[in-house]
Design a protein around this ligand. Structure first.
Ligand code: SAM
Ligand code: SF4
Length: 329
């Protein structure tokens, strides 16, 4: 198997985002409806063995960074046991987790020891009541406990805030103030239509408005050089310990250096968040296909990666109606 797989635009594959479950213990309103989503039958989820095998195959294809996401990864039984195994795979320089923090805090002190390099914690407000309104669950204190535990463990921390008109615009500045004394990157994400219901009218607080809101209050905000392969334009506020980032997830300004693909909890490979899926890996993992056959199929599917997320959305067979929880955000 050859290293350094590139797509037809010359973009290398370096980063795998793997959803370990479609289940979640919160009901964030931008991600799913109040009644939740129809979870897939358990037997359709990738097993941990399948995830380990796939990860090894992707590493052979050049992947050096893995993010484990979901759904909420910490609600899957024995996720910690899986982490201990996945961190032993050679060739992964970075292993990251995205979590809502609701049940993660007790595991945090051990994650650095086993080689977890960074954690993205989703937190859309610092107001407990508003947290409950947005997530439809009462886990604010636990999420903050996880925040403190990550800082204490010395694991690189980013906080993800989905910015929503009419919901949490007034939280933009208080969230930025976390960076004053904490070594954290607070990242503002444009809301996307992956809410389990389809497009809403309120998707208009874009990256320019986020930046203008920040600039109006934080006068000494300097842009940092953009790192290709990432999604956030980062900024430094003078005198602050941490950083700020803005992710134009709906405007899609970063696709030209995209180096990632996703595998959903059911084993569907997606070249782009906005595409319909390009390869059923679960089927190949269960039909007797060899690693070499899977590798060749991934290579061929990666060649079909489109120029950007706008093209991927335009070529979808059906309009967006899925939840981020089933894609793996
Ligand atoms: N449950 C974990 C969590 O919330 O961190 C991991 C999965 S969640 C789907 C991954 C990320 O997607 C979170 O940071 C969440 O805020 C973000 N997300 C979910 N729905 C979104 C949407 N409609 N638009 C933008 N970001 C979204
Ligand atoms: Fe769950 Fe994360 Fe979706 Fe919130 S954003 S409902 S925590 S999967």
């Amino acid at each position: 198997m050859s290293n350094f797989l590139t797509d037809s635009f010359g973009r290398p594959l370096e980063y795998l985002r793997l959803a370990v479950t479609d289940r979640c213990n919160l009901r964030c309103f931008y991600c799913m409806p109040a009644e939740g989503i129809d979870y897939v039958p358990r037997k359709e989820l990738l097993t941990y063995e399948e995830m380990l095998r796939l990860t090894r195959i992707f590493v052979q294809l050049g992947v050096n960074k893995l993010r484990l996401t979901g759904g909420e990864p910490f609600v899957r039984k024995n996720f910690y046991g899986f982490l201990k195994r996945v961190t032993k795979i050679e060739g992964l320089d970075k292993i990251a987790i995205t979590t809502n923090g609701a049940v993660a805090s007790r595991h945090i002190p051990f994650l650095k020891e086993i080689g977890i390099t960074s954690i993205n914690l989703s937190l859309d407000t610092l107001n407990k009541d508003k947290f409950t309104e947005i997530t439809r669950r009462d886990f604010f204190d636990q999420a903050m406990e996880t925040y403190q535990a990550i800082l204490a463990a010395g694991i690189k921390l980013s906080v993800n805030m989905v910015v929503m008109q009419g919901k949490n615009i007034e939280d933009i500045i208080p969230m930025a103030m976390l960076t004053k004394n904490d070594d954290v990157t607070v990242r503002y994400i444009e809301e996307m239509p992956f809410n389990g219901q389809g497009q809403r009218n309120s998707l208009h607080f874009n990256h320019q408005k986020i930046r203008a809101t920040l600039e109006a209050e934080l006068h000494e905000l300097s842009p940092l050089p953009f790192t290709p392969g990432t999604t956030a334009q980062e900024y430094q506020v003078k005198g602050h310990k941490g950083k700020i980032g803005i992710i134009a997830a709906h405007s899609r300004t970063f696709c030209s250096s995209c180096n990632r693909l996703r595998v959903t909890a059911t084993g569907h490979m997606k070249n782009c968040l906005y595409d319909n899926g390009v390869l059923n890996l679960k089927r190949m993992l269960t039909d007797g296909s060899s690693d070499k056959m899977i590798c060749e199929a991934i290579k061929a599917a990666y060649q079909t990666k489109l120029k950007d997320g706008h093209q991927a959305e335009a070529q979808r067979l059906k309009a967006i109606s899925e939840s981020m929880s089933s894609i793996g955000g």
